[in-house]
Design a protein around this ligand. Sequence first.
Ligand code: ATP
Ligand code: MG
Length: 439
Amino acid sequence: MKLDASAQYVLDRLRGAGYPAWAVGGCVRDCLLGAEPADWDVCTAALPEQTAALFERVALTGEKHGTVTALLDRPIEITTLRTEGAYLDRRRPSGVSFTDDIRADLARRDFTINAMAWSPEDGLVDPFGGRDDLAAGVLRCVGEPAARFSEDALRILRALRFISRLGLTVEPETDRAMRECAHYLGEISVERVYSELLGILRGGHVCAALLGFPDVVSAAVPELAPMVGFEQHSRHHIYDVWEHTVRTVAAAPETETTVRLALLLHDMGKPAMFYMDETGHGRFRGHGAAGSEMAEACLRRLKTDRETREAVTLLVKIHDEPLPDTEAGMRRMLAKLGEKTLRMLIEVKRADAVARAPDSAESRLGWLSEGEALFERVLEKKPCLTVAELETGGAELMELGVPRGPEIGRLLEALLGEVIDGKLENSREALLRRARELI
Ligand code: ATP
Ligand code: MG
């Protein structure tokens, strides 16, 4: 076990003052996996005020629940060992009591793989077999699964997140309870649901999490439910809308969370827009625009930040529009969307192409790579895409006699449009010559 320097300092300081202390939870799990922990948590028998007194800079993050954050090179959360009272509202325990028993503290934690502690003196403290479960790739509740999920239903989404991240299989009792208790997810705050949803989407095993537990996902985000099992009746598709959707998510890079979120929602308009044409072929005309409105409503409900919401709803809206096949068309699209969004659109289209019937995938990927090559070619030429990049400006247009005011802006936009279209060179002489014609 290789401790982070700040975590080591915290353990030494607490132990030096006579208080037992351990690294605990996710950091122990990640170390055993040979992975770099995202954060380090320490638990100790010291009371919050005793802990706070030992460090120069602290933040009292959750003092009444016994958490003090030591502000060192990296912040370390230090929590007083505790047991929890009954959960009355399925969110929070009715009370917490401090204890000096590490095993009692580990017993309140969600999964065996998260219920391990470590200290230099004691080595690994693992009363529930977390190390074996981790080695076997098994996700198992500490204690009775249905009771643990009905105490705090968020644990069900945490389970999906650990499945998605670590590729675990779920122990049968835990699996059954996740499904049985999924209806409690309606009581969880949207902020917590959304944050876990993003965690689930970021995993390398997202297919196992989302395809394995469609009813759990639907309980957490009911807007997704109509996609599950919705047959497409299309020769372009071999999967129902949900399986296609999940496969697109998995086909996008793990680090591209916004793209993955857009993919999760890209076809949500399909069930509502479905109709069968005279040949018995499923059609979904307008599903991008319809889906975009549904995505907007869903993301507003989940309190998604505005930047993400706007990017996702735009991507959903245009995900099915072909990329331009001329340089002028590509410049127009670049000017409209910006480079960042257009790159995301290409990722969305690539993932959407991969998760289709093989013939359809092949032809789409062909078009896409042509479109992408064109995009890179156009970018390389550093085209003029904004009024600010024009080789003339308002002052020069006024010298030509254009009055100060909105007319200037309109004229510059008109010149820009012609430059983007490739009809006008972006040089001072050409722009001013054309401006004289236009005024
Ligand atoms: P991550 O690597 O994403 O941080 P983590 O397991 O460390 O995963 P945290 O949310 O940082 O998750 O929580 C730290 C520890 O607290 C967990 O490992 C677990 O032992 C415990 N824990 C967190 N949330 C819950 C919960 N809802 N119910 C029970 N125990 C929990
Ligand atoms: Mg953690």
